[in-house]
Design a protein around this ligand. Sequence first.
Ligand SMILES: [Fe+2]
Length: 249
Amino acid sequence: MQQTTQMGVNRTGAQMSPIDTETMERYAENMGPDSGIDDMNVPAESQPAADMRAQYIDAADPVGSVPLPGTLKGAMSTTVDKLTGNRPEVLIDKLGERLAFERTGTRLYELMIAKCKEMDTSAVDPDVLGTLMHFHDEEAEHFAMVDETMRAIGADPTAVTPCADVAGVTAMGVLQTIADPRTNFAQCLNALLTAEMTDNAGWELLIKLATETGHTEMAQKFQQALTEEEQHMATIRQWLERAVITEAT
Ligand SMILES: [Fe+2]
C-alpha cells in the first residue's frame, strides 16, 4: 500500500481548464446562491431549494424518542427524577449516545488495527499496534460501563435513543474513512482524531449533566473514562503530527 503523498494526474482543479472555469464562473454568477441564508430579504419562492428545505423542516418529526421505562426499577427512578424537577429522558438520551459512540469507537479501533497490521508505522511509534489494542479495550470497557449504568437506573441500553441515532449518522464519515482500503495511516489518524475529540467533549458533557441532575456517583465513575479518553486524544493527535511532519521533511 502506498503510504506517502505523491504528485500525479489530478484533474479536479480549476487550473486544469481555464476556459471551462470561466464559463462555470459566469454560470454561477448568473444563478446566484440558493442556500436561503445569503440574503434574508429574497423571498423564499425565488430560492426553490431553500423553500423546499424550509417545508421539510416545518413538517419533520423528531429523530425518535426515549423509550418509557420497561422495568419497575426504571419506573421508580424516573418518578423520583420527575418529582425532583428533572427530565430523566435527557440523561437517558445522552447515556444512549455515549453507549452508541463507545461501540463505534471499538469498531473504529478494530478497523485501524486491521489496517496497521499491513503498514510500517514504526517511524511514528514503535508500538502502534499495542497502543491501538489498549485503546480498543478501553473503548469496550467504557461501553460496558455505560451499559451497566443504564441498567442500574432501569433504562434499556438496547434501545436506540434519538441522540444515539444522530451520533451514529455523524460518525459515518469517520467509519467510511478508516474502512476505505486506500486511506493511509495519517488519513486514518485524522479521522480518528475527529472521533476522539467528539468523544472527549461527549464525556465532559455527560459528567456535567450527571452532576447537575444529582447523579454524583455516576459522574465520578465517568471521570475515569474521561481521563482515559484524554489520553487517546493526545496520543492520536501526537501520532498525526509525527506522521505528517515525518512525511513532509
Ligand atoms: Fe477513545
